[in-house]
Ligand binder design. Sequence first.
Ligand SMILES: CC(=O)N[C@H]1[C@@H](OP(=O)(O)OP(=O)(O)OC[C@H]2O[C@@H](n3ccc(=O)[nH]c3=O)[C@H](O)[C@@H]2O)O[C@H](CO)[C@@H](O)[C@@H]1O
Ligand SMILES: C=C(OP(=O)(O)O)C(=O)O
Length: 430
Amino acid sequence: MEQYIIKGGTPLVGEVVIGGAKNAALAILAAAIMTDETVHIDNLPDVNDINVLLEAMEGIGAQIKRIDRHTVQISGGAVHDFNIDYDYIKKIRASYYLLGALLGKYKHAEVALPGGCNIGSRPIDQHLKGFRALGAEVEIEHGKILADADRLVGSHIYFDVVSVGATINVMMAASMAEGMTILENVAKEPHVVDVANFLNSMGANIRGAGTDVIKIKGVSRLHGAEYSIIPDQIEAGTFMFGAAVTKGDVTVLNVIPKHLEATIAKLVEIGCEVEEFDDAVRVVSKGKLRHTQVKTLPYPGFPTDMQPQMGVALALCEGTSTITESIFENRFKYLDELARMGAVSKIEGNSATIEGVERFSGARVSAPDLRAGAALVLAGLAADGITIVDDIVYIQRGYERFEEKLRELGAEIEKVSSEKEIQKFKLKVS
Ligand SMILES: CC(=O)N[C@H]1[C@@H](OP(=O)(O)OP(=O)(O)OC[C@H]2O[C@@H](n3ccc(=O)[nH]c3=O)[C@H](O)[C@@H]2O)O[C@H](CO)[C@@H](O)[C@@H]1O
Ligand SMILES: C=C(OP(=O)(O)O)C(=O)O
């Protein structure tokens, strides 16, 4: 089992290039099998979730050609199997996008119920409601979602909750339904817009992505395309909070600053200096950090996927801060791990009260999920002494070369997998 070992106390300083957005890329890869022609996708992040999804797609007959770590060519023409097994996708959430893609193109899909991070109850009732409204029969049997339709017909669908996954999934299926679909109360996340743009580049007719209402005029076929995925706002935000907690000076490159507005606002509130450029953002943290409040909300609100990273910063702020987590009820597990490093917090329902401390002390902690794991790495970088983060397989789901990028910013961090390597690192940094 691999771990990160970190000697904290060095400010992160320098520039870091941000990769493509995992959560956009996963949906776009799935959507790529909706045409028989070749699709060329660029700016893919080289992370475990992507590789697992590509394997699952190969398993049903898609031809996948890796051009390099960030570029892939996909031909969906040879897809002959509409059945995705649990073994492939138990580790990832976004396997559910193969439902929308297969149902849209082939009117039939059998996909195991998705996995993903254990951050709370994660129903998919809104996805199924959307597919049924388009005319599909949908059943859950033996852990699989079976969706079947003679034809899909456009419909007017109001989502009861704002869901990124349901919005994208139903948008995919509806793009190959007959007639007009109107989706209301949809998610407005940048990756929803990116997937709509990608589908449109394949010949779909989708309008309104990024607003509350998406209108889709179904088409009978989609064609090949070349597409470059948007930058990952969560990877960028993680490095930006890295600057905040280590009293560093980090510029994230290849970002869309507009997508980072909520993160930037909170960094400014806690006392960081933030400079925005066309496709870069610089975060400088000098003095003490100030306490604040934050509530996670759908975009353009503060993203739940940034909540643990912000929580680590708040645990180092002067005074008392509060976090309200309104999307997933089980996203505070990192606070128990952070307590081992000296953080002081109390969780009540979906809120956490955090009493800032002067410093963390290095300790052995476990990553409970992807973003919580990344947040604990940030805590280790800010802490006195040595921190070991276990279960980094979660972090590897969504961060490419995380430790290398941090080292390029001056961090003392290694990926290790044995006691011998841990001792070697300790000797090196002592
Ligand atoms: C692979 C991927 O892109 N994952 C992201 C996606 O997850 P995911 O697509 O699972 O998240 P959703 O936006 O669907 O979930 C938002 C809220 O809606 C609820 N809900 C969702 C669907 C449904 O059918 N019924 C229902 O009640 C969920 O329990 C949650 O409380 O968006 C989340 C919210 O930005 C992010 O944290 C995840 O990183
Ligand atoms: C929660 C996340 O991913 P998933 O939805 O795939 O579990 C995430 O990207 O932070």
